[in-house]
Design a binder for this molecule. Structure first.
Ligand code: FE2
Length: 178
């Protein structure tokens, strides 16, 4: 099976809920991509959104190739796997979307807007980013897209909107392959 068909089949078959939320991981990622589209984002960023939590699928995939030191870090797992197939512009924001959350959480308003589940995972992810690390992050090439992805991610948990199907993103996914 080629990578695009594999991704589509994972999206269709995955029924597990996004941790602590009422939408599935597939629905959550599709919603992120829909929001990115609405915000007139680039195709690469829409694709990043669509695949940003793909690491969660890999954790459940029996034929995965998981390196031990990536244990449970879904952003690294997703990145390491997807970078074999997709452009850098697509995979780098995926790698940094958790760091972006830790960066944004420095602001009280953003922190308070996080869901309970997201506040708990923030702690596990290392908590609020310190000043020095924040400055380093701001210098990274994919800083802006990582932060935008994170903001779309945060609101992509609704149950009352008409969802697109993963099939509708097939061409977009194909256009971002290496
Ligand atoms: Fe997410």
């Amino acid at each position: 099976m080629n990578i695009i068909d594999k991704i589509i089949s994972n999206f269709i078959n995955n029924k597990s809920l996004y941790i602590g939320e009422k939408v599935t991981i597939s629905e959550h990622m599709i919603q992120s991509a829909m929001i990115a589209e609405k915000a007139k984002s680039s195709n690469s960023l829409i694709c990043s959104c669509l695949l940003h939590d793909y690491g969660h699928f890999l954790l459940e995939d029996p034929d995965k190739l998981v390196s031990k030191n990536l244990d449970g870090k879904h952003e690294d797992m997703g990145y390491e796997y997807l970078k074999k197939f997709f452009n850098k512009d697509v995979v780098e924001p995926i790698k940094y979307h958790v760091l972006a959350k830790r960066y944004l959480a420095r602001e009280k308003k953003y922190f308070n807007s996080l869901s309970d589940a997201s506040k708990i995972s923030l702690k596990l992810q290392g908590g609020v980013l310190n000043k020095k690390k924040s400055k380093e992050f701001e210098k990274k090439d994919f800083f802006k897209h990582s932060v935008r992805l994170r903001k779309f991610d945060e609101v992509a948990k609704r149950t009352d909107i008409k969802m697109k199907s993963i099939i509708e993103y097939k061409d977009l996914l194909s256009s971002q392959l290496l």
